[in-house]
Design a protein around this ligand. Sequence first.
Ligand code: BTX
Length: 326
Amino acid sequence: SSVKQQLLEAFSKADGEFVSGQALAEILGCSRTAIWKHIESLRQEGFELEAVRKKGYRILTKPDKVTENEILIGLQTEWLGKEILALDSTPSTQKEAHRLAQEPFKEGTIVIAEEQTAGRGRMTRAWHSPKYTGIWMSVLLRPSLPPYKAPQFTLITAVAIVEAIMEVTGLQPEIKWPNDILLNGKKITGILTELQADADQIHSIIIGIGINVNQKEFPDELKEIATSLAIEKGEAVSRSQLVQEILKKLEGYYEEYMKEGFANIKKCWEKYALSIGKKITARTVTGTLHGKALGITEEGVLKLLDEEGTIHDIYSADIEIDKKEE
Ligand code: BTX
């Protein structure tokens, strides 16, 4: 809005110094209560503002944006992420990416948004994607492979993200099969791999990546299960830098996978995976299984040994590590 622009201009002129509520009210031609409301909306957008009685307001930090330029400057890839659709707000980057995939697209195109208003998880679950605080991104690939290979892309992506987070933050995340990345037992990342394919050929793979980066808090229903990099590290993390690192790692692993197959990536995945060798409970659409997670197959299928000694192949489930195993 123009009021917002005027407000930001006033703060830019002040160059980090305080601007009084009175001065702002005069510049913008509105009441001090109205100013307070605009300040609150800037906070919602990720600005950190200090308010001091008798002095007024000043900007401490601006939000770190994920615009096309911010991602391209310093991006060290050959082809991944060179074509970027960056949106301020969108229902879901997956939805946008599916739309792009209907047309001829450049391999490695990404869709990224500051905010998703209807972010999606698996099945019909929602993915909380507040503005300016996370990475909400979809990557479009067009490998010529049969559809049953698609679950491997979730695992390839998880390895790339774990290593990118280690590189940028020094934190050591763990992977929970199939698509979660955790820090201290709480979720920081979800991956959603979707396909456009016919029976024997993939047309496009759309990898949705959601990473909690700079949230300071979560809604009640997520408090116990979610965390952000900033919470775990104790300081803000640059989203654009992390995007660049993820794209670099993902490009490397994707090329390796297409040339040499899954074997090495599987080893890396198992190194970061927290459930392998442990007793787990797996909830699938057809029922619940208990047993020991033996490992994953070449196809990314989880092998579970139950108490009767039967080995089950699990293609999709929510897993929980049994408490006494932790
Ligand atoms: P999932 O089905 O494994 O996980 C979804 C569940 O995770 C939710 O039911 C909720 O309990 C929890 N959850 C929701 N939001 C968050 C959050 N921000 N942090 C931690 N836990 C949360 C995981 O699905 C796959 C998510 C992919 C999200 C990306 S974002 C870019 C792309 N666009 C889009 O709409 N989805 C993908």
